[in-house]
Design a protein around this ligand. Structure first.
Ligand code: PA5
Length: 432
């Protein structure tokens, strides 16, 4: 079970909150949003079908994992949607010190490293601690062109004697990665054409590394399927993703353009990172679907309960009225230490109460427990909520022109550095 409690978003609990009539007034538009998204399910929004259409892929993944049982280290080379879901789910579902466990405690499963930056120190340092010949490098890129990933791949390739130490996850037809993979005969898994990077967590992008680390990927998809069914309703009071989208839309309209994600479970810390990309890249847009300049978006903030009670909470409770806070709690924790599960839950309730008293809108997602099924539900809930929110805003959630601009600039700087630098010449007097 996952519940969404939005009492503290409403005017009965927070005076500057949302009136119930405002929710009702949106019911027709909400219904239309669901129908629009559903109509695209079997077309360009294939992420909705992923909980149902991957039986063969799951079998391939599990078979490949069994063939590669001997590897000691699994290294993901990828960035953005090709990395964040794996980091989030590995942390949510595996032991918090997974890589530090003794091999027997890990049941012989490989250590996992996700290298999603080109800071030279990161990869150079990883190479100091792993045996590349006992490692599997999973190069992940939907476009097959991302400069950070392709440049990591180029260097790692030089170090390996055996092509079996590389597996690629990419588009079946497009991009340089698939071309190289075919030429070199690397094992490949595919990202469906109609699934974008940040919506790809339930494809082999994350399913493959997670399966190697012992995560029950079938249960993950089962959870997503349960959420998917629940989100077919066009009724705001039955469809939690729809309610989340409506509440966010109304908050954005009221000038609350910041959303702070605050899980009260350390294991969910990186769910906030994954959510931040999904929310920011999907909803931060210059143009609406009619070509009007709108500059919409809501800025995600990543926080963690209780840690950030001692860091961000002061701002949340007394700073500007420009944000909403989303708590994620769990009824159960996987382990007990002293009475800390009680303490963390009490602190969550106290923070919710204090924020409401300070007239700060907040809502709470509660999981019965943190496991594959509930996490599958949670991530699918957020993905669908993003799609609905974009419907309300009348924007395209599935492109990222702003990111493409930086990619183009990076290529330009790499190839004609002087000329481009001259174009953006800085004034000396503004540099101290
Ligand atoms: O959501 C997106 O499409 C992007 O954030 C990508 O995930 C990111 O840019 C990495 O792209 P790729 O998987 O093509 O290497």
């Amino acid at each position: 079970m996952i519940t969404l409690d939005y009492n503290n978003m409403m005017t009965e609990f927070v005076t500057n909150g949302i009136k119930e009539e405002a929710l009702h007034a949106l019911s027709n538009i909400a219904e239309k949003a669901v129908l629009n998204i559903e109509a695209r399910r079997k077309k360009d929004l294939e992420f909705l079908e992923l909980p149902y259409n991957q039986n063969d892929i799951i079998n391939d993944i599990l078979k490949y994992r069994d063939e590669m049982k001997h590897i000691e280290t699994y290294v993901v080379l990828g960035i953005g949607g090709s990395a964040l879901g794996t980091i989030a789910l590995q942390n949510a579902l595996n032991h918090p010190y997974y890589n530090e466990l003794r091999e027997e405690a890990r049941c012989g499963l490989p250590k996992l490293y996700v290298i999603d930056n080109v800071d030279p120190e990161i990869l150079a340092s990883l190479l100091e601690i792993i045996d590349v010949d006992k490692s599997l490098f999973n190069v992940i890129s939907k476009s097959g062109e991302t400069i950070e990933t392709m440049s990591q791949f180029k260097e790692i390739k030089k170090l390996l004697k055996n092509s079996e130490n590389i597996v690629c996850t990419t588009d079946k037809e497009n991009g340089s990665l698939i071309e190289i993979a075919k030429e070199e005969g690397y094992k490949c898994f595919y990202i469906p054409r109609n699934v974008g990077g940040r919506f790809s967590v339930l494809t082999p992008v994350s399913l493959l590394p997670l399966a190697f680390c012992g995560v029950d990927i079938k249960a993950l998809l089962e959870g997503a399927a349960l959420m998917d069914e629940q989100c077919k309703s066009t009724n705001i009071s039955e469809n939690p993703a729809l309610a989340f989208a409506v509440l966010n839309y109304l908050s954005m309209k009221a000038g609350k353009n910041i959303i702070a994600m605050m899980p009260y479970a350390n294991s969910l810390k990186y769910i906030s990172d994954w959510f931040a990309q999904l929310w920011a890249e999907s909803l931060g847009k210059k143009f609406d679907r009619n070509g009007n300049t709108v500059h919409v978006g809501s800025t995600p903030i990543k926080t963690l309960g209780v840690t950030d009670q001692h860091s961000m909470l002061q701002l949340f409770s007394e700073g500007p009225y420009d944000k909403i806070i989303v708590f994620i709690g769990s009824k159960k924790y996987r382990k007990e230490f002293a009475d800390h599960s009680n303490l963390i839950q009490i602190e969550q309730a106290a923070t919710q109460y204090a924020l409401s008293t300070a007239e700060r809108q907040n809502m709470t997602i509660t999981l019965d427990e943190i496991n594959e099924q509930s996490i599958g539900k949670l991530i699918h809930f957020f993905q669908i909520a993003v799609a609905y929110t974009a419907e309300f805003l009348n924007i395209n959630a599935f492109d990222q022109p702003g990111v493409e601009e930086t990619k183009k600039m990076t290529y330009a700087l790499l190839h004609e550095k002087e000329e481009v630098l001259n174009r953006v010449k800085k004034k000396e007097r503004y540099v101290i």
